[in-house]
Design a protein around this ligand. Structure first.
Ligand SMILES: [Zn+2]
Ligand SMILES: [Zn+2]
Length: 199
């Protein structure tokens, strides 16, 4: 797993890696969501064409990527991975305002099973303002407590399959689908285990 704060990510995804491009339409699970200070847009780019409705936001993000094999070894099925990443992303967005002076409308996210830049499952949480406003950096600085709280919020939520208090987002550009609540707990567990193990 790698972990970086990226400068100036463009959320209009450029032409995919060979691995991503080789997948059938829809199979990469690319979802671009929760976009641009709360403007709802469906930004699914099933063909990784490089142009997502003509919108590009140059901003900063905190992100992690994961080895899909590790997720499968942790108990997820291939079919669960997109919803697990997406739910983990939503929940992290919901919890970041506890650690940064923002609300969820100031930040956005994107999750994908294969991101062209990483070649593997990747979750981004990004500032919703052009150029960034420091929230992603703050998330990076408090990553372990932030994602620990995110995981706890999901585990502690009494709902069965996800609700607005845990993994659903009021500003999802993808209609809150797919979401896999239990899978998100697995994703965050894998991330925390990896990050904690190196600190
Ligand atoms: Zn819930
Ligand atoms: Zn969403």
């Amino acid at each position: 797993m790698r972990l970086l704060v990226l400068a100036a990510i463009g959320l209009a995804v450029v032409a995919g890696s060979a691995r991503a491009a080789g997948r059938p339409v829809g199979a990469h699970g690319l979802i671009a969501l929760d976009w641009h200070s709360g403007n709802r847009s469906t930004l699914v780019d099933h063909e990784l064409s490089g142009v997502v409705l003509g919108q590009t936001l140059a901003t900063r993000a905190v992100w992690y990527d994961l080895d899909e094999a590790v997720l499968l070894a942790a108990g997820l099925s291939t079919a669960q991975v997109p919803g697990a990443l997406h739910a983990a992303e939503h929940a992290a967005i919901g919890l970041l305002p506890l650690f940064a002076t923002c609300d969820r409308w100031d930040i956005g996210g994107m999750s994908t099973v294969v991101h062209p830049h990483t070649g593997c499952p990747t979750v981004f949480v990004h500032d919703g303002h052009p150029g960034g406003a420091g929230f992603a950096e703050r998330g990076h600085a408090v990553l372990i407590p932030w994602l620990t709280a995110t995981r706890a919020a999901i585990v502690d939520c009494k709902c069965r399959a996800g609700c607005p208090s845990c993994v659903q987002s009021p500003k999802c550009g993808n209609g809150n689908a797919p979401l896999d609540k239990a899978g998100a707990v697995t994703v965050l567990g894998v991330v925390l285990e990896s990050v904690s193990g190196r600190s």
